[in-house]
Design a protein around this ligand. Sequence first.
Ligand SMILES: [Mn+2]
Length: 407
Amino acid sequence: MRILHTADWHLGKNLEGCSRMDEQEAFLNDFAQIVKNNNIDLIIIAGDIYDNPNPPARAERMFYNTLKKLSANGERLTLVISGNHDNPDRLVAAGPLARDHGIIMVGTPKSVVPVGEYGNHRVINSGEGFIELEINGEKSVILTVPYPSEKRLNEVLYGAMDEEEERLKSYSDRIKTLFETLSRNYREDTINIAVSHLFAMGSEEAGSERSIQLGGSFIVDGSCFPKNAQYIALGHVHKPQVVPGTDRRARYAGSPIHYNKKEINFKKKCFIVEAKAGEDCNIQEVEFKLYKPIEVWKCKSIEEAINICEENKEKNCWVYLEITTDRYIREDEIKLMKNAKNDILEIVPKIVGENSEEVDINSFSEKSFEDIFKEFYFKEREVEPQPEVVDLLLSIIREGEDEDETN
Ligand SMILES: [Mn+2]
């Protein structure tokens, strides 16, 4: 059985308010081609299909178009679980229609996938948290644990442990109990896989995920995953990687495109897993294209920044401009940069002045508020503030003080 593992598509995600859906659409077209070229039997999408529980219509349209292409008239199966960004009910709403196309959708750890035909293949057995598939004579048991929030985890564990035991166990221990219980469905004659969306300890984050929930209590470690799983397809972390302590069986596929500037230092990819019952999997990587890179341009002066924007006006990329300057960047200069280069996301001045070395905070207390303000204004604007401005500011502050006294 040839399985392709991907995750964290985050369809509809913005970057500083700019849409990435053109890039996402380009990726999805290429992705359908990768699936076709590699004779994939089963595609696993390990959560965070959308960036938002209420995704834009275009994102949903792109997703359904892609699922239809992947299916090739029911020839291929696709398994989708929800991540923390997805609304599980909404994600699986199209499940009954998608079934003819070989698409299996799992919203929560407690969801039970109906047994029966899916496209040209079959789900021959299922229960809370697992399915057994048959594809061209090969059987596979897949444990399905969509994003296990504390609440959803307790729902599925209810009854597996007595109350006292449950209360004492950490999140990580409870995930371990869940996987242990579910892994009893694995057999020697089946290809044994697991899919989940969670944060495993030792994984390197890259900024896009709000994963350290509740002070880190939602972190699990590699030993939580079943020992007899041949491959564990994970979603949540955007950098592709192997989870430490799992003999390279548990992996994050990562997101398909760079979603912020912290992610630009590593390549984007998916994993193709060749699996047979009772054997170690053979795993290959397929790298994704870079559709529109995010770049950080560091400039030593405002003039240099304007020139760089001019010189690179044809380049298709997102830009963060960092400009070292000893003065305020004027509106007309910002306009020059933005008119030359499209898709400037942010212009950050790094102010250095003659007396910028270090500001002695104690020296503030000896100065009046009026003097501190005047100095600040001069530093930012290079001119003295008009007396009316200073008077107005001081009168506002005095009003505030008066109010405080009456309360
Ligand atoms: Mn996630």
